[in-house]
Design a protein around this ligand. Structure first.
Ligand SMILES: CC(=O)SCCNC(=O)CCNC(=O)[C@H](O)C(C)(C)COP(=O)(O)OP(=O)(O)OC[C@H]1O[C@@H](n2cnc3c(N)ncnc32)[C@H](O)[C@@H]1OP(=O)(O)O
Ligand SMILES: CC(C)C(=O)C(=O)O
Length: 529
């Protein structure tokens, strides 16, 4: 299919809710699957594989509900080459606006000999019978010869020809164990397309696993060989090392579309929100250096890079994070940062530094940066304030005392200084956990409503002296604010991070302190199912 711009359309088949969910520990509740399917539709995927209906009543119900509700996306029921699986998949997807059945059966010797314990003749017979059986109910049938890349041409072609003859309309050739190399995988499609009888009647699809870190490269090789569909998961979640990651593949296709001559229907601005939703729903953290959606993917700490970026973003970035819905700052201050970046960041808070103040501040900044990985905004403002002889943060968390333990309510007393009035007051709070108690105390010091919306915690070092990093998202004035803090005590890290987010919200109300950078006022609303 050709798009309006004359490029070849690549269909994105999302299997986050089926193959992605097969990752150990990734299990989702049916209600979570429904919320995620809505987001996948918003993201613009062409096909959703919401689950394996025979596998459990909850799975069946989720596939059925998604089929009933989600419009404009093809819904795919997954099945072994077994009547009961096909019946369940057919029934679960019966109400879908558009649907397909995805049937798989192993083709490699190792699977036939040890898993299925069947001969090639028997397997071809089952494949024929089951495709013919399914064809009575569903027109669009996708067939996957499982472990295709360890099968060998002769039997692979025979199996594909057999299922096409029975009515399969989409042939997905999976690299089930992530064994293929890109040139091999691409060449396999070329040979199949050239040699398989009836092959001109079907669509071809790639499905790659990441055991050798080659899932995206292999999928790209398949695209170059002419497949019309690629099967992917959000964040690359899936069996073992995972599947081909949607965001990596789509952004490779988008960024290099002139070279590749292809396009997808994915809405890039939904990528980050979808990635966050999956990470939270599955409780799978995203590696800091993960392409596209990792927290470092668009952040820069090195002074020379920061200087280049401030002059022109394209010097060190090949994609625009804001187009992917990423509310992240490009500038992270640390020991590798230079004067250009520091001056720029201070300027974003409405603080001008003259040459002498900058030099004085720069020395103190480097000393602090040597001691810790990142200098956070509230620390920057404290240092800048010292250099200028001013107090720049609206509020300061002066002290925290906690009564905590394994039973009963946790109690906190917090001392907060209002820097505008100089008033210092003690507030008390309680909650089921220590963070809730501290947050309840801090909230009382603020003249506006604020919600503690989200907390990410990371360990930055090891051993008893380990430092914890807390990233808190607070919501106030219909905007999200992120505060980051590091402390040896994770409760204090969360408290300082919350205070930092509240200070951004407070500054946002003052004209001179209006933040221009998306890092301070995140636009993205992420509903975690
Ligand atoms: C590459 C992939 O991602 S394949 C998909 C893998 N996903 C899953 O397995 C998740 C959901 N699975 C389940 O809930 C269960 O495994 C079920 C409900 C499907 C089956 O459960 P059980 O009937 O208890 O069988 P079990 O899982 O122990 O064994 C699998 C059986 O299916 C057979 N089988 C495997 N693949 C196929 C296939 N494509 N077609 C037909 N039979 C198959 C196996 O040979 C084995 O049969 P046997 O019992 O005769 O030895
Ligand atoms: C059955 C198919 C599509 C699969 O998930 C795989 O082979 O990895």
């Amino acid at each position: 299919m050709t798009t309006e711009t004359g490029k070849r359309k690549i269909m994105i088949f999302d299997t986050t809710l089926r193959d992605g969910e097969q990752a150990p520990g990734a299990s989702l509740e049916p209600e979570q699957k429904i919320v995620i399917a809505r987001q996948l539709a918003k993201l613009g995927v062409d096909v959703i594989e919401p689950g394996f209906p025979i596998s459990s009543p909850g799975e069946f119900a989720a596939v059925q509900q998604i089929s009933r509700e989600i419009q404009g996306v093809e819904i795919c029921g997954f099945a072994r080459a077994v009547k009961e699986d096909i019946d369940a998949a057919v029934k679960a997807t019966a109400d879908a606006e558009r649907r397909r059945l995805h049937m798989f059966l192993s083709s490699s010797n190792i699977h036939l000999d040890f898993q299925l314990r069947k001969s090639r003749e028997q397997v071809i017979g089952i494949a024929r019978q089951m495709v013919a059986y399914a064809k009575q109910f569903v027109d669009r049938i996708e067939f996957s010869p499982m472990d295709a890349t360890r099968t060998g041409d002769e039997f692979l072609f025979e199996m594909i020809e057999a299922v096409i003859a029975e009515g399969a309309t989409i042939i997905n050739i999976p690299d089930t164990v992530g064994y293929a190399l890109p040139e091999e995988y691409g060449a396999m499609f070329t040979r199949v397309m050239k040699n398989v009888r009836g092959g001109e009647r079907v669509l071809y699809s790639a499905h790659c696993h990441n055991d050798l870190g080659l899932a995206v490269a292999n999928s790209l090789a398949a695209v170059r060989a002419g497949v019309s569909q690629v099967e992917v998961t959000i964040n690359g979640v899936g069996e073992r090392a995972g599947n081909c990651s949607l965001e990596e593949l789509v952004m490779a296709l988008e960024t290099r579309k002139e070279t590749l001559g292809v396009e997808t229907a994915i809405q890039p601005e939904q990528i980050y929100a979808t990635s966050q939703m999956i990470s939270r729903a599955m409780s799978f953290p995203i590696a800091f250096n993960k392409p596209i959606v990792g927290r470092n993917a668009f952040q820069h700490e090195a002074g020379i890079h920061q200087d280049g970026l401030l002059k022109n973003r394209n010097t060190y970035e090949i994609m625009d994070p804001e187009k992917l819905g990423i509310p992240r700052s490009m500038i992270i201050l640390g020991k590798h940062s230079g004067r250009h970046a520091i001056k720029h960041r201070a300027g974003q808070f409405g603080v001008e530094l003259n040459e002498q103040q900058l030099e004085e501040f720069y020395a103190a900044f480097k000393t602090l940066a040597d001691r810790q990985k990142v200098v956070h905004d509230h620390q920057l403002l404290e240092l800048v304030g010292q250099a200028k002889g001013e107090v720049l943060e609206p509020y300061k968390l002066e002290a925290v005392q906690l009564v905590t333990g394994s039973t009963g309510h946790r109690m906190a007393s917090v001392t907060v200084r209002n820097n505008a009035t100089g008033e210092e007051k003690l507030y008390t709070g309680s909650g089921d956990g220590p963070i809730e108690a501290v947050v309840a105390g801090i909230k009382q010091a603020l003249p506006f409503d604020v919600e503690f919306a989200d907390l990410e915690l990371y360990s930055l070092s090891s051993g008893e002296q380990a430092n914890g990093e807390a990233i808190v998202t607070a919501k106030a004035h219909q905007t999200s604010y992120r505060g980051i803090a590091v402390n040896g005590d994770i409760i204090l890290a969360a408290a300082y991070a919350f205070m930092a987010a509240c200070n951004q919200a407070a500054r946002d109300q003052r004209p001179q302190g209006k933040a221009e950078d998306a890092a301070f006022a995140g636009e993205v609303e992420i509903t975690i199912p």
